[in-house]
Design a protein around this ligand. Structure first.
Ligand code: SF4
Ligand code: SF4
Length: 360
């Protein structure tokens, strides 16, 4: 899907369509689509980009931030190089400070994301979403009508529903896909009718169910393209990831927006503010989501992935561990980065987890 997305974004760019980079699931892709743009995900998953990034950034920083920044410095992410604008938001400290550096040489719009979803925060976030709406209209010299917004909501709702159905193929005793394949069925560029047709084709006629293993719910940090180290270790040592709860999986697919809402812009803002990310406080919605998905997908254990120096997910891991104890599910936290040096150690811990599940 990455090659296809690249082809599509190149064609869109050549046809004069704006390309807008996004770095987090809090960015409403609906606004970019309504502005006639193509939203592309820029999160770096390549280990090779860490060393170039460390010229500016501290070594003890999340690899996702460093890899994204390494691509920026070396100008080697073709999607980023095509961007007419990058939209970012104030999520974790590392990201927002990195954006200051990236914004020195690239057109960038930063949304101020509040860390709560109360009345005051909602007012601020609605204002920020309106500010992005205005910025896109101004930059691309094109008004965004209410009809454009409603059409974009329908596009994203259809895409999210198709991807939820794809994820749902993992509910059975045996599954037609591996967790790695589900992860790969996700385009870096949203709103492409060809991608949607492909999702719907697989949903209508999935492959024969033939995969089995210890059923794992994977939670924690996002797994960007190229950073599937732990996913592969889980599935290479007897596990089968039946539910990706994290941001590269089901979490953002839980967003639901009513295209007929009286004020579509407000509906978009309100829906996104409830994304259960660890940068929010309190983030009880994530625990509810894990509880629901664990039951729905009949998970036998929970693996939590925490990228090095990701403080928000790391601290919240305590609450996830307690939840798993309540649910009677074995739990394993894996703290790592993109380097391959610790794979043998992680494999041993995963094997011990899976033995524990099988012995129960
Ligand atoms: S985990 Fe949080 S900060 Fe990271 S992409 Fe998801 S919503 Fe954004
Ligand atoms: S994984 Fe954690 S530290 Fe890294 S970008 Fe996401 S929230 Fe920030």
């Amino acid at each position: 899907m990455t090659d296809h997305a690249l082809e599509r974004v190149r064609a869109a760019k050549a046809a004069g369509q704006p390309v807008v980079g996004i770095l987090c699931e809090f960015t409403p892709r609906e606004l970019i689509l309504a502005a006639g743009g193509v939203p592309v995900c820029l999160c770096g998953g390549a280990h090779a980009m860490i060393a170039p990034a460390e010229v500016d950034l501290p070594a003890n920083l999340c690899p996702l931030i460093k890899s994204t920044y390494g691509y920026h410095l070396t100008r080697s992410n073709p999607f980023l190089e095509m961007c007419d604008l990058v939209v970012a938001e104030t999520t974790c400290d590392g990201k927002k400070k990195m954006y200051e550096l990236m914004g020195e040489t690239r057109p960038m719009h930063v949304l101020q994301l509040p860390s709560r979803s109360d009345e005051v925060s909602r007012t601020l976030w609605r204002h920020e979403v309106r500010r992005l709406h205005a910025a896109l209209q101004e930059r691309f010299a094109r008004p965004i009508s209410e009809a454009d917004l409603r059409a974009a909501i329908i596009t994203m709702e259809t895409e999210r529903a198709a991807r939820r159905d794809l994820a749902g193929l993992m509910r059975g005793e045996r599954t037609p896909l591996t967790g790695r394949q589900v992860l790969e069925l996700r385009s870096l560029a949203s709103g492409d009718p060809a991608d949607l047709a492909e999702y719907q084709r697989i949903n209508a006629a999935p492959p024969e169910p033939r995969h089995s293993g210890v059923r794992v719910l994977l939670t924690g940090v996002p797994v960007p393209h190229g950073a599937e180290k732990v996913v592969d270790l889980i599935e290479g040592h007897g596990g089968l990831i039946v539910a990706h709860e994290h941001c590269s999986g089901l979490k953002p697919l839980e967003i639901r927006i009513d295209a007929q809402a009286a004020d579509p812009l407000t509906a978009i803002a309100d829906a996104y503010l409830h994304l259960p990310c660890s940068v929010m406080t309190r983030n009880d919605g994530r625990l509810d989501l894990i509880r629901r998905l664990a039951g729905d997908f009949r998970a036998q254990c929970v693996v939590e992935l925490v990228w090095q120096a990701c403080l928000t997910y790391d601290v919240e891991a305590v609450r996830v561990k307690r939840l798993c104890a309540d649910l009677g599910l074995p739990y394993l936290r894996i703290g790592t980065d993109y380097a391959p040096g610790d794979t043998a150690r992680i494999a041993v811990r995963l094997e011990a987890l899976f033995e524990q599940v099988q012995a129960a």
